[in-house]
Design a protein around this ligand. Structure first.
Ligand code: NAD
Length: 279
């Protein structure tokens, strides 16, 4: 069993990002990223702080717009409109989830597609489906980079993705389909999850439920990617895969933490640089 070390790979990507940004700065371009975070969800604020720190490390100028939980949708749309027009901002990121009274689709659609570094705008989602160059959502893109770094070729593999959200499972499905894998995607209404997971050469799980995937659900020699992040009552951070019992069966597996999480942030840096280059 080999560990897919997202932490180590993300450090290499960050070092390259730092060099790329130096080159951009020499041409008078400082990449700028604006992050909108609404309400006081503590996980959202933790993720935003991590993104801010990563930007600082590589030389991306970042502004964090914190808005109260009861902010009106019009005010959010107005703020995004200003960011769209600001020539110093290359990327705009709306930290999800948004409060219940806000229409998430409307807000994501308000972001200029050229500044959509999260790849959540319907225009960019469509381009991803068509396998055209676009901004790809950071978490699935990070998984693809991790596979590539370990020379894991998705072509022809039987893949099972558990979790079908717009930000994780669905873009992951499109990327793997575009890479010529056969993709099976499961969710809360899947009748017999084990029948699907057990067949997979490559099993990717992004649900948000600790220990959802146990050893009896995994094929011998499978590659397992754990996207889930769960905080246990004792404070420990774990994924969706019962790591201790599943890992001995795998050819490759991502740890949590230190697997997909750091890759997500590294991809945000890459997408921000890509946006700045097209300024
Ligand atoms: P979500 O709640 O939007 O979607 C969860 C998906 O899992 C849905 O498709 C749902 O149908 C499915 N699901 C729920 N319970 C299930 C079950 N018992 N069996 C099978 N499918 C089930 O969540 P999300 O935003 O996609 O995030 C999923 C997980 O990934 C969370 O733990 C989140 O913290 C994590 N995440 C990690 C990163 C990272 O960088 N590592 C990034 C984004 C999300």
């Amino acid at each position: 069993m080999q560990i897919l070390d997202g932490k180590a790979l993300s450090l290499k990507i960050k070092a390259k990002a730092k060099e790329d940004i130096k080159t951009l700065k020499a041409k008078g371009i400082t990449p700028g990223l604006a992050v909108v975070v609404i309400g006081d969800d503590s996980a959202s604020h933790t993720y935003v702080r991590m993104k801010e720190k990563a930007c600082e490390e590589v030389g991306i100028y970042s502004i964090i717009h914190k808005m109260p939980d009861d902010i009106s949708q019009d005010k959010i749309l107005e703020t995004i409109g200003m960011m769209n027009k600001n020539p110093n901002i290359d990327g705009i990121l709306i930290q999800l989830p948004l409060p219940k009274h806000i229409d998430t689709t409307k807000v994501l659609q308000a972001v200029c597609e050229k500044k959509d570094v999260d790849g959540f705008h319907p225009f960019n989602v469509g381009k991803l489906v068509l396998n055209l160059d676009t901004f790809t959502p950071c978490t699935p893109l990070g998984v693809m980079k991790l596979l590539k770094a370990y020379k894991i070729e998705p072509k022809g593999l039987d893949v099972c993705i558990v979790g079908a959200s717009n930000i994780v499972g669905k873009p992951m499905m499109n990327l793997l389909l575009n890479a010529n894998a056969s993709v099976d995607i499961c969710h809360i209404y899947t009748k017999e999850l084990k029948a699907h997971t057990k067949r997979a050469d490559l099993l990717i799980v992004g649900v948000g439920r600790a220990n959802l995937i146990t050893k009896d659900m995994v094929k011998d020699g499978a590659i397992v990617i754990d996207i889930g992040i769960n905080r246990l009552e004792n404070g420990k951070l774990v994924g969706d895969v019962a790591y201790d019992e599943v890992s001995p069966k795998c050819s490759f597996i991502t740890p949590v933490p230190g697997g997909v999480g750091p890759m997500t942030i590294a991809m945000l840096l890459e997408n921000s640089i890509k946006a700045a280059r097209s300024r």
